[in-house]
Design a protein around this ligand. Sequence first.
Ligand code: SAT
Ligand code: MN
Length: 589
Amino acid sequence: MSTPFEQFVKEMQEFFTPDKVYIMDGSEKEAKQLAKEAQETESDGKKVLKELNGKVYPNSYYHRSNPNDVARTEHLTFVCTPTKEQAGPNNNWLDPKEAKEKMNALMKGSMKGRTMYVIAFVMGDPKSKYAKNCVEVTDSVYVALSMRIMSRVGKDAIARIGNSKDFFRGLHSIGDVNPDRRFVMHFPQENLVMSFGSGYGGNALLGKKCYSLRIASYLGYNEGWLAEHMIVIGVQSPDGKITYFLAAFPSACGKTNLALLQPVFPGYKVWTLGDDIAWLNIGEDGQLYAINPEAGMFGVAPGTGDKTNPVMIDTLKNDKFFPTLFTNTAVNDADNSPWWEGLSKETPSDLTDWQGQKYNASAGKPAAHPNSRFTVSIYNCPTLSPEYDNPNGVPISGIIFGGRRASTIPLVYECKDWNAGVFTASIIGSETTAAAGGAQGVVRRDPMAMLPFCGYNMGDYFQHWLNMGKKVKKLPKVFMVNWFRKDENGKFMWPGFRDNSRVIKWMIDRIEGKAGAKESEIGLLPEEGALDTTGLDVSKETMDKLLSVNKEDWKKEVAMVEEFYAKFGDKIPKDLRTHLEELKQAVNK
Ligand code: SAT
Ligand code: MN
């Protein structure tokens, strides 16, 4: 008798008709073999991987994707629930039967002439009761290697699946990388994703946004937990105490930098647990606990340098885990190492750009794609928390929400209570970035930074957040931040990066009941002098502006939120409507 896993592999082989089937064991030896294979394999008109200079960045390989395939494609991403209402206005919807027919037509036989890689993986530590079993099949060796970095792949996963039928199924085929024949289809009720025509990040590494957010958020809704687009950090203060935080920002708004932060104050230290996704469960003691289901980081390269994120540079230079991948960065031809804007002050004279052309700086275009990425094991991170592998996760004391906003949103404020926090998170707006295809810099609502990742109706999701608040015993404090506020001349007023630790310090002091706050129309702002600005080169006037509430701006904000809420009709929980009404009154007073 074959196991459900073996049956699935057989079915997939019959469906995709690859020339070869390879089941990954997850070993380093295998990864080295696959990296070798990838350097010999042609896909989309070029070799899949190129070896980079291992002396500069150990175990590093370079991948260039098709220029039409450099980010998630939200307009080609669908949630296929039995009814359109279940998917909600936050998702593109297709009837599951219709979606399958469409995908079957594209995918049947699409691995002919290729190898089908079978990736059994666990999201979360295999010892954790919160971890989930998954299998992805793919014809991309780049995806296979990336998944080895991003999750726990191989023998242990196959053993954990055992005789169970209960595992996520991810079907991925790169096809001809044609945006007209590209779709990412989610079937939450069947624990299934079908993805065709893209080899990039969140479209292709199905354990990431597809499973660990869209499908998992739906599981969490049914099972009483939350799958969130959040980093997890522990912040140690001089007395040795560690306070655990979650932070949610839209893609490419600095989550990875915050996850690896070096605080400016002596005696403070950030312990890294996760840089993108957190699963939140209520522990036996009634507190909210977080695990990071991932095992690696798929971070934005541009802007990462010794000044902005030295810990990440150390992570990339660590030789612990094989391999580290660089995708769509530039290459410095002088020493065959990856390069991107912000890595060094000077642009090297001899660069090949992300499209494989000799770089000409005078053309005014960046050498690395703005959404170019590194893929690196979290075990390479020197600030990895000793609690990272704790199967129970870590107890959360604070949740930080944020967005990228030139105006309106103060540097930081605290929400009065859990429900006010849920309301505040539900109205987050953020300027769009290069992490998704489409226009950049446009403000759109991005509740909980989950708009592109919530696998069901966001009205139901908001209610689920409110319900969780009733069940958690010691509720975390909820904060809202904005590192990106600009002055009249369009200049950032806050230095960001390491100085963000000043804001975190205020939060810790609030959690401990040690720092003051003053009421405002939108929540609690730091009291005069409560935010430690020692040694900071920002004038008092600018600080005041950073922490100000402009009622005229907020009137416009309220109008935008009303428009957004209207899309969800009566799915918006009553409590959130009341909060919006109160906010409207306060800013119109
Ligand atoms: O491409 S990913 O979805 O994995 C990265 C991101 O947008 O956060
Ligand atoms: Mn992300």
